[in-house]
Design a protein around this ligand. Sequence first.
Ligand SMILES: *Cc1c(COP(=O)(O)O)cnc(C)c1O
Length: 221
Amino acid sequence: MISEQIKRFKAELPEGVNLVAVSKFHPIELLKEAYSAGQRIFGESRVQELLPKIEEMPKDVKWHFIGHLQSNKVKALVGKVSLIESVDSVKLLELIDKESQNKGVETNVLMQVHVAKEETKFGFYPEELLKFFGDKRYASLTNVRICGVMGMASNTDDEERVRADFRDIYKVFQKIKENFGAELKHFNSVSMGMSGDYQIAIEEGSNYVRIGTAIFGEREY
Ligand SMILES: *Cc1c(COP(=O)(O)O)cnc(C)c1O
């Protein structure tokens, strides 16, 4: 039961750790069930799936975009979501800023950090991201708020590997916060942990866990 899972997570997650219910590939009825159980933050990974869901769900839902965002979808997305968690290039960040200027909105974003061993995962390598901040490339952005980092651990049963990955993501967050926190007033969020590894992620400093399968069951692609 979805409502039971939502309640279980609300009870289990420590204070200050937010639950993002990852509803991608699931029909609207299931999202409504989660909403009725009190869930307000939902994560989606495809713009063409997200937009109709926004129309069908109550207005107080906070939508997080968590998938790879293509440049040609930025226009459709900006102004619709409360957080874009998956900014994986400077070009994309600048595009989001520009579109936010055009629309007269401010867009909250997280920078995606790549630490996992898989080749296919998107994101900045830690040193790349630190260089981006070191070069003060963010200073020219006017309409994006950089609120923190998002990352995924390697897809493995090796818990120590997973923990080391989360630790690496958190270290990047901490370094940025230490060095640039005075200028980046909103830089407070660390989004890491999914159904299979969220406990470890929380132990390593996560304050947003992105849970799909453990709430909604297996996805049918
Ligand atoms: C699908 C997805 C999740 C949720 O994964 P589960 O294992 O189903 O909990 C979390 N984060 C991202 C970025 C995803 O794409």
